[in-house]
Structures are given as structure tokens and as C-alpha cells.
Unconditional design. Structure first.
Length: 255
């Protein structure tokens, strides 16, 4: 193509990801501003009193938008490597070779080295070493961001829509017992996703008298999550910043 410019399509994909992230933030804002997005109810069952989640928001839309965003961010890296190959020293690629070109996501250094001829044929040593700084096997913030990018993108493209959740960051409350006593109190650990029917607090009652009652005052601090105590916003922000760093460094090299 006569109007081909290195990294142009990578930046286009990156900015498209920004559009999806804006839409995601808007959807999350609607949930945050809904006072009835998460509701809880006190329930009794035999000698047990509990605080039960009775409503959670529908997070399917946010999962869809997140998939669109992460796939654009990963595509930005793939387009970068394609451009590097086009500018490299390898002769014309066969159709099969061209299918193999992409940004490498290696599990260890040996795997990374073995991917060079398949993923980035003809790319210079300096460019390959720069790519090495941004690998998921590295135990730094960039490595963690790229592991999440790989996992989120692979799941969304090949398996299912990656679920997003509402999870409690903190739960505080007071319990008042009337004409009864508590033998044991269990509290759900924070950070685990909320679903309808989840019991935030369970209280086993003993010495139950007439007209007994249990009063539970609670305060939940919530956040969107992708599970395993990973907050959605910071995780996607770290992925975006890492991809931005990769593109910016290569743009400076190619200027």
C-alpha cells in the first residue's frame, strides 16, 4: 500500500481500545450510581440468621466491552510486529509464515528465544531485545499486565466472554441480639464475587427466647472485579499503559 505508515494501524487499534474503555467506564458508572444495584436482606433459617445478597447488577455488558478493549490492545501489539517484519531483512513471507507473525507472549526465556523465527522473522536484534522487555514471564508490573492481557484476550476470543463481577472490598457492620445469643459468627471474605444468595454474614443462635430478633446494620464497599481479588479498573489501566509504553518506545526508535 502506497500510504502505509509504520505503527499507524497499531495506534488506530490502541485508540479504538480507548473508545471501548470509555464505554466500559460509562457502564460501570451507571452501576455505581444505582443505589439498588446491590441489595441485601436479613433472613432466618432455623437457628441461623444471615445477611443475604438478593440482587446484583447484570455484568454481561461490561464483560463484552472489556473483551473488545483487550482484543484491540493485543491487536495493537500484533500490528506492531507485522510492521517490524515488513521493514526487516526477511524475504517475502509465504502465506503460512505470514500467519505466524504476531507479538510473542512467552512463558519463559527459552520459549521467547525459540519464537523469534516464527513470530518475528527478519526483525533486528535491537528490536527483538526491546520486545523481550515486555514479556509475560517477567516478574515486574509490565509482565503482570501482559499476562493479564494474554489471558483475557485468549479467553474472550477462544472460550467465552470473560466474566466481570461486583466484589466487596470491605464489609463492616454491627449485630444486635434480642432475647438470644450467638454461638458463632461467620463473615464472608472480601474480594470474592457477589452473587444472589451469597451470605455475607451467618450467625448461629443459641439460648433463643420468646420474640427473639437479630438486627444487622451493614456497610459494603464495592468494586468491579475480574475475580481473584483483581480490581477491573486498575488491571485494565495497567494493560493500557504497558501497551502505550511499547508503542511509544518503538515509535521513538523508528522516528
Amino acid at each position: 500500500m502506497s500510504d502505509w505508515t509504520p505503527l499507524a494501524s497499531s495506534w488506530a487499534k490502541f485508540h479504538r481500545a480507548g473508545t471501548h474503555l470509555d464505554a466500559l467506564n460509562a457502564a460501570l458508572g451507571r452501576i455505581a450510581n444505582d443505589p439498588e444495584a446491590v441489595t441485601v436482606e436479613r433472613q432466618f433459617e432455623g437457628r441461623e440468621a444471615s445477611l443475604v445478597v438478593t440482587r446484583v447488577p447484570d455484568m454481561r455488558e461490561t464483560g463484552l466491552i472489556m473483551g473488545d478493549a483487550v482484543n484491540c490492545l493485543r491487536a495493537a501489539l500484533d500490528h506492531l510486529v507485522w510492521d517490524l517484519v515488513q521493514m526487516g531483512t526477511h524475504p517475502a513471507l509465504t502465506p503460512q509464515q505470514a500467519k505466524q507473525v504476531q507479538f510473542p507472549f512467552a512463558g519463559n526465556l527459552t520459549e521467547f528465544r525459540n519464537q523469534r523465527e516464527r513470530r518475528a522473522p527478519g526483525v533486528s536484534d535491537a528490536e527483538w531485545l526491546l520486545i523481550r522487555r515486555y514479556q509475560p514471564y517477567r516478574r515486574d508490573d509490565r509482565g503482570q499486565a501482559l499476562r493479564r492481557l494474554r489471558d483475557l484476550s485468549d479467553t474472550d476470543k477462544h472460550r467465552y466472554i470473560y466474566p466481570t463481577f461486583i466484589a466487596p472490598v470491605d464489609f463492616r457492620g454491627t449485630i444486635g441480639l434480642i432475647n438470644c445469643a450467638a454461638d458463632a459468627i461467620w463473615q464472608r471474605r472480601p474480594q470474592r464475587p457477589l452473587n444472589v444468595g451469597v451470605k455475607l454474614v451467618r450467625i448461629r443462635l443459641v439460648d433463643v427466647g420468646p420474640d427473639h430478633d437479630v438486627q444487622i446494620e451493614s456497610q459494603l464497599t464495592l468494586q468491579p472485579s475480574i475475580g481473584r481479588a483483581v480490581a477491573l479498573g486498575p488491571a485494565l489501566g495497567a494493560i493500557r499503559e504497558t501497551v502505550l509504553d511499547v508503542l511509544s518506545r518503538f515509535e521513538a526508535r523508528l522516528a
